[in-house]
Design a protein around this ligand. Structure first.
Ligand code: SF4
Length: 116
């Protein structure tokens, strides 16, 4: 019998000594990597989505600049969690992965809220 039947890790690999990251943690790292490439975090789920030219810096959550939190397109999704509601839900998935964080630097579709 082989280990392949049960999809076990190779016991000689280093993977056994490294803790496996949760799916949520892996998603967070992918979103951080997107920001470092000048892409909005939702680009991980929905493809090419450049940051706005006046977007706040990704490495400082209190710095000045445009953020999703002051965008007119950010609002509650079906279950009340904040989502990007642009284009009739084109940036909404049925998971927490598409929740839109207020501190995220704005994407190129940013539109200021009237009260922001
Ligand atoms: S449209 Fe607005 S809420 Fe949606 S991702 Fe861009 S900046 Fe954020």
């Amino acid at each position: 019998m082989t280990n392949a039947l049960f999809d076990l890790d190779d016991p000689t690999s280093n993977n056994l000594t490294e803790p496996k990251l949760s799916a949520q943690r892996r998603m967070t790292l992918r979103k951080q990597a997107a920001l470092e490439r000048g892409q909005h975090p939702l680009s991980v789920l929905f493809g090419h989505l450049p940051l706005h030219k006046d977007a706040a810096p990704a490495n400082d959550r209190t710095a000045a600049g445009l953020r999703c939190g002051s965008c007119a397109h950010r609002g509650p999704g079906f279950y009340g969690y904040p989502k990007c509601l642009i284009a009739n839900g084109a940036r909404i998935s049925n998971s927490a992965n598409s929740e839109c964080r207020a501190w995220w630097p704005a994407c190129h579709d940013y539109t200021p809220r009237r009260d922001a």
